[in-house]
Design a protein around this ligand. Structure first.
Ligand SMILES: Cc1cc2nc3c(=O)[nH]c(=O)nc-3n(C[C@H](O)[C@H](O)[C@H](O)COP(=O)(O)O)c2cc1C
Length: 166
């Protein structure tokens, strides 16, 4: 019998890290608190109906709190948002402490200076390996035309430079 080739976690991360992504903060809120987590796995899924998705780790403590609200808002981070990215990738008890923000039409936190925001109702959650696939039905959205995004590539953060556009 042929043995399946062993791919180590390090190799997997190293190679998959060659796929560049944007960085988003997924937010939500209930009467008691605001919630948020940084994700690189955000993606557009369907145009008709309008669906987007992301993959929270099953061990995330923010995701179950967001799930309870039934809704989430994706904030696409700008190139100057590295501190905000680190804050929302942390395990801080209140990741919003001292952070001013606006509210989406549905009342969810909007990060100031985001490239774009997409407000969703949770349409489906499915287990996929050690992560969950969360599908959101888009209810409202908006963008800013003059903010360049924060990018994550090969384990490091980058700003999109206009001069390298092809
Ligand atoms: C650039 C970047 C991308 C990330 N992408 C994801 C992701 O797609 N899914 C996820 O569960 N965590 C992701 N994380 C890690 C989470 O932000 C972090 O583990 C989590 O928010 C920490 O706390 P929690 O327990 O409050 O969820 C990412 C972190 C960084 C810095």
């Amino acid at each position: 019998m042929t043995e399946a080739p062993t791919i180590t976690a390090g190799q997997f991360r190293d190679v998959l890290g060659c796929y560049p992504t944007g960085v988003c903060v997924v937010t939500s809120a209930d009467e008691d608190a605001r919630h948020g987590m940084a994700v690189g796995s955000f993606t557009s899924i369907s145009l008709d109906p309008r669906l987007v998705g992301f993959f929270p780790d099953k061990t995330s403590s923010s995701w179950p709190r967001i799930q309870k609200t039934g809704r989430f808002c994706v904030n696409v981070l700008g190139g100057d948002h590295l501190d905000i990215c680190r804050r929302f990738a942390s395990k801080l008890a209140d990741k919003f402490e001292g952070l001013t923000h606006r509210r989406s039409p549905g009342g969810l936190p909007l990060i100031d200076g985001a490239v774009a925001w997409i407000e969703c109702r949770i349409a489906a959650v499915q287990e996929v390996g050690d992560h969950l696939l969360v599908v959101g039905a888009v209810e409202a959205l908006g963008k800013s035309d003059d903010v360049a995004p924060l990018l994550f590539f090969r384990g490091g953060y980058h700003r999109l430079s206009e001069s390298t556009q092809v």
